[in-house]
Design a protein around this ligand. Sequence first.
Ligand SMILES: [Zn+2]
Ligand SMILES: [Zn+2]
Length: 445
Amino acid sequence: MVKRQTTLTFYGGVNEIGGNKILLQDGDTRVFFDFGMSFGMKKLFYSPPFLSPKSEKSLQELGILPKLTGIYKFDDKPPEIDAVFVSHGHLDHSAYLSFIKRDVPVYCGETTKIILQAQGEMRRADLEFNVQDIAFKPFRTGDTKKIGSVEIEPIHVDHSVPGAYGFVIHTSNGAVIYTGDFRVHGTKPQMTQDFAEKAKEAEPVAIITEATNMTSATVSSEAEVEDKLDGIVNEADGIVLAEFAYADVDRLNSFFRVAKKNGRCLAVSLKQAYLLNALRADEHLDVPDLNDENVLIFRKSKTTNYKWEKQILEHYSDKIKTAFDVSKQQCKLILALSFYDLEELVDIQPEAGSCFVLSASEPFNEEMEIDSEKLVHWLGHYGLPQYHVHVSGHVMPLQLKAMLKEINAQRIFPVHTENAGLFQKFMRDLKGKTTVIEKAKEYKI
Ligand SMILES: [Zn+2]
Ligand SMILES: [Zn+2]
């Protein structure tokens, strides 16, 4: 019998942070790991909302969506892939599921399914984020899935969104590890440890690892972030405005605990409220209850509301606060306010002693791309000092190296980084050799 060949092809996450689309082929079995949107590629051509892709044709034409056959719902060919496995719910790993044929099963964590479906409800008519009719097959840590000739074992990792997983993929030529995005300085480092142990046990022939933070490493933790936030909120006389990624539940919990401790309420956005409400269904997650006395929901001033917004407005009617309500109880609030909500400040009129806390940095979602010059003008107009309190969702270089040494894979493929060359040199004394990958090139395992 001829032995099956195993190969890896990277269609995204190459020389860029995010956009991961990794094809693993094992004989006739073809599985994609992640199918994310490439923010970097998109930014080269588009400037939403006025210059946005109008169809998948444009995205393929510009190379933002790879030119592949038998995988997209807009081509009539029979499916040529067996499954997609999604590591976590960030758009740079999941958004382009939008285009995948609906008869292809999509495997992801239970929590990721909730997050993607909630986002799908909120972004209904979005070309680049539509998960309607996707055949989600949720898993939890330890559920091994057999797809053709490969067995895929998801194991939880700690990241800046709940429900993040890495994978041990048992192929015909040995185990391949895919880390997804992960860190060891979050609130659940043990999860990453569990993953590293399983990866090591598998004696892998290859590991595909994220390597985001090669030039912007910091030493901090989510616990330290909470401490710093506590210090700021404790000293602030007026309103504390906070910008953070709406699906970063760890950060939301940090703000929530700080609010409670300082006798304030955390006023979340309608979007955050909708997601929190959906995540309550996941008993494994610790998320603030919208009915808690220290939680309020901020309603932007606008005349029409979407169906999903109406659901929250009706269900939590006694929790809803407008900019006018907020303006009357400033010293009692931490208000989650994104760049696109700055217009609300006109009605809020922040009092002296108020401040703005930027508690985010990575552009893993379009809404977070802050136009800092405009922000500074708004803050200047209202006399609001800006604090930056954040910790990355990604592992730091020395911790990554220690983990890779421990896992001891024969080959290392860094993805999700703009610094693969630096990574290769930094890791040169490891036993496993690093390959600096090229886009769409096939690598034999
Ligand atoms: Zn990512
Ligand atoms: Zn991520």
